[in-house]
Design a protein around this ligand. Structure first.
Ligand code: NDP
Ligand code: OXD
Length: 315
């Protein structure tokens, strides 16, 4: 009952060593752990693939593969691979992945709300500049995407007293204090009353390029944008004109069209762009291993994994 690990970014050893105690029936330090591309062995042995941004095509020649388990939340890179076998595909849902994103969003919203980046600018200029206080209830935070991550961030921000609203494809039961919008008209209504926009949508055909000049123009002048989802959501060429023209005040970006963000990219040096290195909420092997092991065991027992992705919907 062999597993294949395939990732262009994550190392395999930490996942193997963290999973091993949860799957004592497998010999993960021996023949049951294979790694793409150098330690695949006989492709016919492999039953489950554990992947994070695997090399396109790497799962195509595995005749006995039963399921693909993604080691992160977003499956856009996987679904872009036209050779991906038509097998059950599960995404990661893990309490620490969710809380890590909530920490990032709360950190960025609080920094924007309190003027933390303005204080940093003042310090660099040797300027003592006090900022006026603002009631969080008067600060409207709009969250695009109310899934595993967006709903938790919305709950945490509402608990801090912000005025929180979220947008989803379908109507949702929402945490207390959060107002919901859905569908295309709902988006326009949310944008018109959002001071800080947080993007936590999956990257799909419908959401690609959603953060663009038209959307920025629908926000109140001086709004800020946080993109912690995928670089493909943002039309990068539209951001700097919106910042320089004052329509947007600041942008906090964790994800980019090309990662790592290339040297010389204007986002690196723009005074009102904060760049983080696709690090808002990295998957944590220690916290996700029990759930991952349970999903592997389900597949090996001939059952469906949990947290399945709807491949047509794209998330
Ligand atoms: P989910 O799949 O749980 O939730 C997606 C949400 O987006 C749902 O509420 C869904 O609405 C909504 N949605 C999807 N399409 C549309 C649309 N066309 N219009 C309106 N709403 C839409 O995703 P997660 O919350 O788990 O994760 C979101 C993304 O965050 C991931 O796909 C990944 O790209 C990114 N991510 C980034 C990380 C980082 O470190 N930067 C870490 C982890 C994830 P509905 O519920 O109605 O279907
Ligand atoms: C994810 C990510 O999707 O880390 O989990 O980006």
């Amino acid at each position: 009952m062999t597993l294949l690990f395939s990732s262009q970014g994550m190392g395999d050893a930490v996942w193997r060593d963290t999973l091993a105690p949860h799957l004592p029936e497998l010999d993960l330090t021996g023949p049951d752990w294979r790694v793409w591309p150098d330690r695949v062995g006989d492709p016919a042995d492999i039953r489950v693939a554990l992947v994070w941004r695997p090399e396109p095509g790497c799962l195509a020649g595995l005749p006995n593969l039963r399921a693909i388990l993604n080691l992160g939340a977003g499956v856009d890179a996987l679904l872009a691979d036209t050779t991906l076998p038509d097998l059950p595909l599960a995404r990661m849902i893990d309490a620490r992945l969710t809380s890590g994103m909530t920490e990032y969003v709360v950190l960025a919203v609080l920094a924007l709300h309190r003027g933390w980046m303005d204080w940093a600018d003042s310090q660099r200029a040797g300027r003592w500049e006090e900022l006026p206080g603002h009631d969080p209830a008067a600060r409207r935070v709009g969250i695009l995407g109310l899934g595993e991550l967006g709903a938790d961030a919305a709950r945490a921000l509402a608990a801090l007293g912000f005025s929180v609203q979220g947008w989803s494809r379908t109507p949702k039961a929402l945490p207390g204090g959060v107002t919901g919008f859905h569908g295309p008209e709902g988006l326009y209504a949310l944008l018109a009353q959002t001071d800080i926009l947080v993007n936590l949508l999956p990257l799909t055909a419908e959401t690609t390029g959603i953060l663009n000049a038209d959307l920025f123009a629908r926000l109140p002048r001086g709004a800020a944008v946080i993109n912690a989802a995928r670089g493909g959501h943002l039309v990068e060429a539209d951001l700097i004109p919106a910042l320089d023209g004052g329509q947007l005040s600041r942008a906090v970006l964790d994800v980019f069209q090309v990662e790592p963000l290339p040297a010389g990219h204007p986002f690196w040096t723009h005074p009102r762009v904060t760049v983080t290195p696709h690090n808002a909420s990295p998957s944590i092997p220690e916290s996700s291993a029990p759930g991952l092991a349970a999903n592997i065991r389900r597949v090996l027992a001939g059952r469906m994994p949990e947290d399945l992705v709807d491949r047509v919907r794209g998330y």
